[in-house]
Write a protein that binds this ligand. Sequence first.
Ligand code: CA
Ligand code: CA
Length: 289
Amino acid sequence: MRHYLRAFLAAGLVLSPLPISAASLPYFDNFDDDPVESSSPPSEPGPESGSFLETINGQPGSAYWNVFAGSSPNRYYQTGFTTASTVNLSAALEFPGLVGGSFAVSTQFAFDTLFDINATGGLTVGLGAAAESAHFSSGARYELSYVLLSIEPGLEPVGTLRIEEFGSDGRAVATSNQIVPVPDVAYTLTFWGTRTSAGLVLKGELLASNGALAVVSAFDDTPLGGAHFGYSVNAEVPTFTNVGINAKFDDFLVTVPEPSTPKFFVAGLLLLTFVRPATRNPSITPGNG
Ligand SMILES: [Ca+2]
Ligand SMILES: [Ca+2]
C-alpha cells in the first residue's frame, strides 16, 4: 500500500497555493493512522492536507462521524444513526484543483445494524462530487448512491447504484443493475467524471468483496463546477416508522484521472482491497423476495 501511495504522490500535480481548508491533489487518507474515537475528522499529515467537514442536514459540526477501530485491522470512519425523519449526512473535503476538470473519487465501505422497522424507509450511502458546498443536503452537486432500503414511490429498488445531479441547470439521472446489499461485505465505490468538449461523462462502479458488480454512467452537457467531494448518507422516512444504520467508510482517494489513469486507479484499489487480511468470511444471504 505504501508503494501504491508513493506512486500516486510521485505522479501528483504541482498546484499553486490553495486555501488552507482545501486538500491537495492527489489525495489519499489512510484512516489506520488516525486516532480512534477522535473528536476531529481524519486528516493526513503533509503533503496531503485538509480535513473532512462533517454535517447533518447542512449544519456544520452537528454530525456524528468518528474514527473507529474495526473488527479487522482497519480503522474506518463511521456515522451511525436511527431516525424517523429525513436526514442528510455528509463528510466532505474541498478540492479547488478539480473545478472545471476531470475527477476520480473512491472509497470502501461496509454497513451493519441496518434496520427498517416498518419496511417503508429509504436509505442510501455513497459519494458526493463537484458540490457547491460540503453540505450535500442542498446546492448543486452530483451524487453516486447505493440504495440499501427503498421507499416507494420515488426511490429506485434496493441494490441499485444511482448517479444523480442536483442543481438548477437540469438533472442527469441514471441507474445501474441491482446487486443485493449484504451487511459486513466490503464494497469499493468509485465515481469518475471525465471532461470532454461536449460536457462531463459520469461513471460509477460498485464492486463487492463477494464479486458482485454494479455499473452506471450518465452524461451532463452542463457540467457542475463545485469543489467539494466526500461521503454522503441519506435517509428518507415516512411518519410512524424508523430506520437506522451504521455506515463504515474506509479510506478516501481523490485523483485527477489522465487518459491512462483508470486502469492504474482500479489496480490500486484492488490492491487496497485484497492486501488486507480478512477477519471473517462474509456470508451471502439472498433477499427475501
Ligand atoms: Ca490518516
Ligand atoms: Ca448539469
